[in-house]
Design a protein around this ligand. Structure first.
Ligand SMILES: [Zn+2]
Length: 310
């Protein structure tokens, strides 16, 4: 009975029906978002296991709450998500597609799974590293953007840390946002550690080394992935300037007036940025899972040094 409940299509459908109804009621998603969240949720439940599903669920609930957090105050300053904060299928697949692919990877390479591709526990764990990396990146990015806008001090531009910019500027970073990003990684790391300790059969962590790696992997992918997202945004995303308040935004209307296009790739919207950083977060998760901590920390240190000195 427990077996049936923890790993089957039926239980996945039941869990997702309950969660779907709840998140629709709470206005986290619109109808298209609900359907796509259902597809992603059931797939991850069935292929990635309960731990992977719980990590994705944490992202979903935390970003839903963070988006609703002081929504009116954010809307007043043009900092809020459109559509009253309801996520559509674009948002859901933008943040859920890559984790879903890695979840399927966990299933395919499971050393005890149905395919018998490999008995080496590394591949399945590497897929889990990619999964955690992409979810941590997206969670950190969403929470940092939704909560970071309440930073008391003015944010700075990620491509030039000496330059202060108005709140909501694409590529703006703040200490509050960075703190929230780290916290998101810590939370995901705690979920993973919890499962590894108390329900090891539900998480693709097989060895002691993997158990040691999983927490720092969550925190680092959240922090680095979130900043990569800001960097991508600042360099590639379509940008508009508000001629009233001077903010650089991705919105075509700001301060009740139409904004002016100033740069970035015209059709490169925030959805593409999120998709790209989710993929980068996944890559990072795999690399960290393979034990390349020293190189990645060294690269991060070098980047902070370079970007704060020009
Ligand atoms: Zn404005």
């Amino acid at each position: 009975m427990l077996e049936l409940l923890t790993n089957s299509v039926v239980s996945g459908l039941i869990v997702m029906a309950i969660l779907g109804a709840l998140s629709y009621k709470l206005h986290f998603v619109d109808v298209s978002g609900l359907i796509s969240a259902f597809v992603v949720g059931v797939t991850v439940w069935y292929t990635g296991g309960v731990a992977a599903f719980t990590i994705l669920l944490f992202f979903f609930l935390a970003s839903g709450v963070a988006t609703k957090f002081k929504y009116k105050a954010k809307a007043k300053q043009n900092l809020a998500q459109e559509g009253k904060g309801k996520r559509s299928w674009r948002n859901v697949f933008g943040s859920g597609f890559i984790p879903m692919m890695f979840s399927i990877g966990i299933y395919i390479f499971n050393p005890m799974g149905p395919f018998n591709l490999t008995s080496d526990p590394f591949m399945s764990f590497a897929m889990f590293g990619g999964f955690v990396g992409s979810v941590a990146t997206t969670t950190a990015d969403t929470l940092a953007s939704e909560i970071g806008v309440f930073s008391k001090s003015k944010p700075r531009l990620i491509t030039n840390l000496r330059r202060k910019v108005p709140r909501g500027t694409i590529g703006a970073v703040s200490l509050l946002g960075e703190g929230v990003a780290i916290l998101a990684g810590v939370m995901i790391g705690i979920v993973a550690i919890f499962f590894a300790l108390f329900a090891p059969a539900m998480i693709p962590v097989y060895t002691y080394e993997q158990f040691i790696i999983i927490f720092p992997l969550s925190v680092l992918t959240a922090l680095i992935g979130c900043n990569l997202d800001s960097l991508f945004g600042a360099v590639l995303q379509n940008r508009f300037v508000c001629e009233i308040c001077g903010a650089i935004t991705d919105k075509e209307f700001h301060c009740d007036y139409e904004t002016k296009y100033v740069g970035g790739f015209r059709s490169f919207t925030n959805t593409y940025v999120n998709f790209g950083s989710s993929g980068m977060g996944a890559t990072l998760g795999i690399l960290l899972g393979a034990g390349l901590f020293v190189w990645i920390l060294g690269g991060l240190f070098f980047w902070i040094l370079v970007s704060s000195s020009n």
